[in-house]
Design a protein around this ligand. Sequence first.
Ligand code: NAD
Length: 343
Amino acid sequence: MSAFIFNELNFDDHEQVVFVSEAKSGLKGIIAVHNTNLGPAMGGCRMWNYASEALAVNDVLRLSRGMTYKNAVAGLPIGGGKSVIIGNPKTDKTPALFEALGEALERLGGRYITAEDIGTSPEDMAHVATKTRYVAGLGASGDPSPYTALGCFVGAQAAVKHHLKRDTMDGLTVAVQGLGHVGYDYARRLHGAGAKLIVTDIDQATLERAREEFGAEIVSVDAIYDVQADIYAPCALGATLNPGTLARLKAKIVAGGANNQLATAEVGELLRQKGVLYAPDFVINAGGIIKVCYEYLNKPEADVEAHVREISDTLAEVFARADQEGQPTSVVADEIAEARFKR
Ligand code: NAD
């Protein structure tokens, strides 16, 4: 067993990995605390019908590590962690399942704070909260997505300033992939700043809404990689940047809210060689975790926006250093995070 864990591709000196199982509720979950040097580990709880336990382990190790980097770069006083529940979020959810998770978090004594993620909701977190206070994002003051969208917008502005030497979005074309919680709000801000939008989604009603509200041009899901645009904004799926899509992309900037945009780490270097400025995903999409963290720490909501707007300065630093050092922006962002949390 230990050989399996320690040889995992994504095992990276995680401080603690806890396997939780409770027969009564059917809970089978894994909690990974990656690093707590900057504060207690925070990151969402994902519920997914993993095809195997090994895949669940792999996911929680990878995601918890990612949270350490995201939280550190965002300048938050928290570390990185994540949890996964193995099960079908459509059919296997019960209050007892999330109460059992809450009890497991309580046993960890605050080393890990959970929140909603893919497959879980604020309602599920309310059940967790009946057993522990180590849970955030209960929905008391709403959805964090608008803050994620704001971070994407100020991040895109920083990229445009650095790469296109322009102070405005006016007249630029942005290809937005996915008009969900983050993508739609981001599109609204881009439209407000005078950008022309080319959009895609699998939901036809959302596309029609964007056409009416923003005058957006609609393209099919696959055609988004071929359009003539200045900025490509991935706001749906991960791993959309790969050698295949890179050969098709015409945009000079990638600035979007999706997680894990690079299919592999090497794609960061391929983007650099192609002259595309990539705003690293975990830097530009940190608005949501900033909001959730403020809520958990009882810090004033009025200060969240200013903190999210700092994403622009962080990205400006990433871009300048990447130029100076001839490195991919993704590598520089990792280094900035590591300088903060590795002590
Ligand atoms: P969401 O589910 O609300 O939106 C996703 C949208 O993408 C939906 O409209 C969906 O129809 C669309 N979509 C699905 N498959 C598609 C495809 N093949 N092509 C085009 N569109 C497709 O999710 P969200 O909360 O907006 O999050 C979007 C991305 O941002 C995810 O990768 C998420 O992990 C990441 N993210 C979100 C937040 C947040 O605050 N919500 C924070 C950080 C990162």
